[in-house]
Write a protein that binds this ligand. Sequence first.
Ligand SMILES: Nc1ncnc2c1ncn2[C@@H]1O[C@H](COP(=O)(O)OP(=O)(O)OP(=O)(O)O)[C@@H](O)[C@H]1O
Length: 430
Amino acid sequence: MSSTAYAGPWTSLPTTLTSWILDVIQSMGHERMTPVQSATIPLFMKHKDVVVEAVTGSGKTLAFVIPVLEKLIRRENKLRKNDIGALIITPTRELATQIYGIFTMFLAAQPRPLTEDPGPSTSQYPPPLLLISSSQSSPAQDIERFLSTGADIVIGTPGRIEEFLLGKGQFVVNVKELDVLVLDEADRLLDLGFQVTLTKIITHLPKQRRTGLFSATMTDALSELVRVGLRNPSRITVQVQVKGEGGSNGSSDKKGRVIEEQRIPASLQNYCVSCLASEKTVQLSRIISHEVQKQQSSQFIVYFATCACVDHFYHVLPGLLPSGTKLHSLHGHLSPSARTRTLTAFSEAISTPASPSVLLCTDVAARGLDLPHVDVVIQYDPPTDPKAFSHRCGRTARAGRSGRAYVLLVGREVEYVGKSILLSFSISEW
Ligand SMILES: Nc1ncnc2c1ncn2[C@@H]1O[C@H](COP(=O)(O)OP(=O)(O)OP(=O)(O)O)[C@@H](O)[C@H]1O
């Protein structure tokens, strides 16, 4: 966000935040709230259900992490070992892992009682529990971990959560004390066909709870989920307003300038490149070389339509990109542990213009992933869905940083995909 896009300081919230929570926020360097945080946290704390739509990279995660923790801290009765207090459901294991990391960081900072033995059992709030498919954890092991440490906050993907609450864990996990349910990237959960699973989970949870739906893109299909899972929710929509001299979809401000509402961050520059199909790979390598030389860019994400394309280009591109470029590949046909390794390697790589890092991936890496140093997103294959377009672009230009996104269009794509995307987002020809 540009400096003007920030809302008030954290101390201006109607509910005073717990001091150790505030300390963690400050240690992250976040001096002020983002607009979505200042709009959402008070409502959640006032026991309202919320449906939140805000552009990529605008800080939606802390907009639910903070109220979940504060609600837990403010409980009159401490949760027992087999109770859970909050449930966060996300569409991908990568996003679940990222959110788990944030809750873990907060809970690790809680003050410990003064005792000789500073082991984890002395913490007032146990560590969160992550429920995703992985080689280290089966549904039975999930239950074992839960039984050994307890967990007030559970984060996971829908299948594993269903197994945990309604399968193996049915007689072990008590949901009666649950305060908060969060569905992150809620529209994607439905796109992936989880409606039935979600309805089963929601029906199993107590009615006396608060529910939040979060995404950068909401769809009409969500109304059924809202009907089943939420009570009289408040809708929060944070879009970016761009002032210009003219335009078609905007309202006017007092000076007569047109205010257009955008679904992508203001600090993101979007370009489209129309070319012949046979030129696409050359164009990709041209964009990367241009970015490295002219913009000093060092971290790139390139989206392809299929897992096979990612594998193909992982083998073909080394000869075509600037020497020193490190390639990483991520798609749904890789094993969970290989996906974790790739993401860690990419996010921890020391990237410089002389040694750039390029993540080649499918839409498995389109949503929610916070890789703050990505300079450039390139869509080698355009998405069929304009929603995916904004989520992919949104992997760069996060939290006010600048970033550029390119989409390659060939033949009739210019006519069909291009038009709908060009009309919805402000894109220049490159
Ligand atoms: N108040 C704040 N001030 C500055 N930076 C912040 C603040 N809150 C969050 N951030 C940072 O902004 C980045 C994006 O946050 P987050 O991942 O929550 O975005 P998001 O809205 O969920 O995006 P997406 O829709 O892509 O999932 C993160 O790196 C986060 O640390």
